[in-house]
Design a protein around this ligand. Structure first.
Ligand code: 0A1
Ligand code: ZN
Length: 880
């Protein structure tokens, strides 16, 4: 087995020995051999640096020329390898270094550095891609002012873009080439550098900022797709306005450019003034995009735009601080979407994502703190923990401080650190100093990995009219952390009285309670509420006020009461989910024991009550009617997971619910039918969501009329949301009719790669034994492309990540397939490979037969020669 290089550790951080003040880049663009000339003004910062040794990092690049203050550097004064340029004798005072390198964008399948996507040149530099363009101090605390000159064939690349404002452009006389110069006045780290050159379509608009600055907005895409960019443009303008209104943050350049590309390893990238997007997060129209796609476009556009302040103007000192920009920016985009849409529904969706993606990470071998302290490969730390749990930590900070003090802290953070490469300490100090609140215990959220558990026990004393609530927190050991300390957790709560209203109380002892927040700070705390008029039903963790698992001893009838009355919509949803989860866990045990499943009548009552309640918004009702997923149940079980038993239990419960709700499903479905115009707004989307959820529940019966309804729904759909929902229902039910509908869908969208991704995903997630063979066959389908990350994720990523029974086949064939696939892809795209392999993260929780097969597949990958550092890191940690 290949051994890993030494890791990077937070404690080893040292300020850079040299500063680079300005960077002038000249690109002579040519597909196999682009010549890059970087002119850097450099000065030494330390006595050690003044001794004259300068090391600049590279990655797979070729040095063609090197000049210092205009004079060629003698060969005896430097050593160049593809990954390092060492100069042994640089001056003590400031100097200029000119570095000429050759890079091959056409051969760059890693999609890091300069590469080509559908004939367009584009760059991706976060985290460590700039070193694939030129030798540099490629670390986020080296901030420089960049000027970029691009030169290319006019016919090949009529559009030439880089960060900042355009300065000059023109033709190169006597040639077919032209040039453009861009200047970005804001000092930035190299990971925010970007350039794009190609033949692209564009839509333009304008935005006037709150201080009257006129900003030109442009979105570039493939020719012919311009009309699909209008929703993204609208979302951009709304984001710009929102950041002014909510945080007082204004855009700072004359132009803001977004480019949509089809080959991209991640979602999008916040390069200063020149965001590059995976096209699936830009393009949207009713025929090709679902409501979920529209919401994603809106959220990702906002996320990248918000980085302009939280990430770009204030960047990260080092990559351990990644959550400083990511957690905060996810929090900001979640808040934006909540303001644009339904706050309650958005919160439920975000918590569902957190629990589906981050909780398994926190509970398995890949667990790491929100601010990691050690890494081998930083690309593997763009994780749900850094992003989504990082956002939860910011949300808790706001709950602890209250909205006004939170805003004061944000204002101070921006004022103090504009232009800095900052740390989590800087961030927390801004809030502590702005408010006088001690955040030292709260800081543990950044360093302790794992999902805390809170056990709650309540007892009402009728005679004394007092309610005693004991809260106990614990946190299991995670890799590298055996001992944990109690954390500061804001527990938003209410005591629901017999009439459904929150009850008042006269006093409380045993802990700090601010309005509706209990500050849990000890390992165990008993709060005594005096003067409580009747036995309360405790509503704890309202709005999911802390990213924890809550275990509470509460009866099914109290959960039903809570589902009907809680003033907090999140906890109404949670009450039904808890009831359902209890049923599903018991049902799985019954499946394994070969007994008939029992269904809790309170669950059907709760679901029916929500369904019939017209005062509740349809999107919320749809969320309540969606049961925990198979993966949620597996996580809840935590050990000896048998995916077949889980799937059978879930199918049985769906059937019981479908039967129990009877013709109410049809009735509500019919009431919601008849809308033909498509509007992507949240209210219309909510009605579609409820109608589609009802269709799906109805099909759980598999009755001929339900099947006919699903087929009609598919045929009659006037938008992608409805069409795809019907298709998903039919394929998830593994109906024999699925082949014909999937083929019809494919043929209808044969030329639309993004829609075909949806088709690939549906094919890969059919819960039937022939799916693995189908996935293998689709690898050869002309609509699939092995080098496009979206296609790979749609087919193989969905199979491994979203098809519980078939990826986890008892014969291990699913694991073997993923191992073979990963070993092949790793040679071309290590980042995407490493991400696919995260599907193995919960292998230890499987029942023994599957566990052994998954381990064997992982060990086979680990034993392979020449693994990328990305894949080696993931596999090594997964097996540790
Ligand atoms: N900063 C980006 C995420 C990102 C990270 C790495 C990338 O490399 C392929 C690309 C994008 C964000 O948070 O949106
Ligand atoms: Zn981000």
């Amino acid at each position: 087995m290949k051994t890993e290089a030494a890791p990077f550790r937070l404690e080893d951080y040292r300020a850079p020995a040299f500063t680079i003040d300005t960077v002038a880049l000249d690109f002579q663009l040519d597909p196999p051999a682009t010549r890059v000339t970087a002119t850097l003004s450099i000065r030494a910062n330390t006595e050690e640096a003044r001794k004259g040794r300068l090391e600049l990092i590279g990655d797979e690049i070729v040095l063609k020329g090197l000049k210092l203050d205009g004079v060629a550097v003698p060969a005896s004064h430097y050593i160049a390898t593809p990954s390092l340029l060492t100069l042994t004798d640089v001056p003590k005072g400031p100097f200029t270094l000119e570095i000429e390198t050759i890079v091959d964008p056409a051969a760059n399948t890693k999609l890091m550095g300069l590469y080509r996507t559908s004939g367009t040149y584009c760059t991706q530099c976060e985290a460590e891609g700039f070193r694939r363009i030129t030798y540099f101090l490629d670390r986020p605390d080296v901030l420089a002012v960049y000027t970029t000159r691009l030169e290319a064939e006019k016919s090949d690349a009529p559009i030439l873009l880089a960060n900042g404002n355009p300065v000059e452009s023109g033709d190169i006389p006597g040639t077919d080439r032209h040039f453009a110069i861009w200047h970005d006045p804001f000092p930035k780290p190299s990971y925010l550098f970007a350039m794009v050159a190609g033949d692209l379509g564009v839509i333009t608009d304008r935005f006037t900022t709150m201080s009257g600055r006129d900003v030109e907005l442009r979105i570039y895409c493939e020719h012919g797709k311009e009309a699909r960019c209008t929703y993204a443009m609208d979302a951009l303008k709304r984001s710009m306005k929102w950041d002014e209104d909510v945080f007082g943050l204004e855009y700072d350049l004359d132009i803001f450019v977004i480019v949509a590309v089809s080959d991209f390893n991640m979602g999008a990238m916040e390069n200063k003034g020149l965001n590059v997007f995976n096209d699936k997060y830009v393009l949207a129209d009713p025929d090709a995009a679902t409501d979920a796609d529209y919401a994603n476009v809106e959220g990702v556009i906002a996320h990248e735009y918000f980085h302009n302040w939280t990430g770009n103007r204030i960047t990260c000192r080092d990559w351990f601080q990644l959550c400083l920009k990511e957690g905060l920016t996810v929090f900001r985009d979640q808040e934006f979407s909540s303001d644009m849409r339904s706050r309650a529904v958005k919160r439920i969706a975000d918590v569902r994502t957190l629990q589906a993606r981050q909780f398994p990470e926190d509970g398995g071998p890949l667990a790491h703190p929100v601010r990691p302290e050690i890494y081998h490969e930083i690309s593997n730390f763009y994780t749900p923990t850094v992003y989504e749990k990082g956002a939860e930590v910011v949300r808790m900070l706001k709950s602890i401080l209250g909205p006004d003090d939170f805003r004061k802290g944000m204002d101070l953070y921006v004022k103090r650190h504009d232009g800095d490469a900052a740390t989590i300490e800087d961030f927390l100090a801004s809030f502590a100093d702005a408010t006088g609140v001690d955040l030292s215990q709260f800081k543990l959220w950044y360093s302790q990995a794992g999902t805390p558990q809170i056990v709650a026990r309540g007892a009402y004393d009728e005679a004394a009219k007092s309610y005693k609530l004991t809260l106990t927190q614990s946190l299991a050991a995670t890799p590298g952390q055996s001992q944990k300390r109690p954390m500061h957790m804001p527990i938003r709560f209410g005591l629901i009285g017999p009439n459904g209203d929150d009850m008042d109380y006269a006093s409380v002892s045993g802990g700090r309670v601010d309005r509706d927040i209990i500050h849990l700070t000890e390992a165990s705390q008993t709060l005594v509420f005096e003067g409580v008029g009747g036995r309360p039903v405790p509503s704890l963790l309202r709005g999911f006020s802390a990213p924890v698992r809550l275990a509470i001893d509460i009866s099914a009838s109290d959960l039903l009461f809570q589902a009907r009355t809680d003033t907090d919509p999140f906890n109404r949803w949670q009450a039904v989910q808890t009831l359902a989860m209890r049923n599903l866990v018991a049902g799985t045990a019954e499946q394994i024991a070969g007994r008939a499943p029992k269904v809790e009548p309170a669950l059907i009552d709760a679901l029916g009550g929500v369904l019939d309640n017209d005062t509740l918004e349809p999107a919320f009702r749809a969320q309540v009617l969606q049961l925990p997923s198979e993966a949620d149940i597996a996580r809840e079980l935590g050990q000896d997971v048998d995916p077949e038993a889980i799937a059978a239990a879930r199918t049985a419960l769906r059937l019981a619910i479908s039967t129990g709700l009877g013709d109410r499903l049809e009735r509500h479905y019919a009431r919601l039918s008849g809308e033909t115009d498509f509007h992507p707004d949240a209210t219309s989307a909510g009605r579609r969501a409820l109608r589609n959820t009802l269709l799906d529940l109805r099909l759980a019966r598999r009755s001929p009329d339900a099947i006919a309804a699903a087929l009609t729904h598919f045929e009659a759909a006037t938008n992608m949301t409805d069409r795809l929902a019907a298709l998903a229902t039919i394929t998830q039910a593994a109906l024999p009719e699925r082949r014909a509908v999937l083929d019809a869908f494919h043929d209808r969208y044969a030329n639309d790669a993004l829609v075909l991704d949806k088709w690939l995903t549906l094919e890969a997630t059919v819960p039937a034994p022939d799916t693995l063979d189908r996935v293998k066959a689709l690898l050869k389908h002309p609509s699939y492309s092995p080098n496009n990350p979206n296609r790979v994720r749609a087919l193989v990523g969905s199979f491994a990540g979203a098809n519980q029974t078939q990826f986890n086949r008892a014969d291990g064939a699913g694991y073997d397939f993923l191992a073979d696939f990963a070993l092949d892809l790793d040679k071309r795209n290590p980042q995407t490979t490493a991400r696919l392999l995260v599907s193995f993260r919960s292998w230890r929780a499987l029942e023994p037969v599957r566990r052994a097969r998954a381990e064997a597949a992982l060990r086979r990958i680990a034993a392979a020669k020449d693994l990328s550092p990305d894949t080696l890191d993931i596999v090594t940690r997964t097996l540790a």
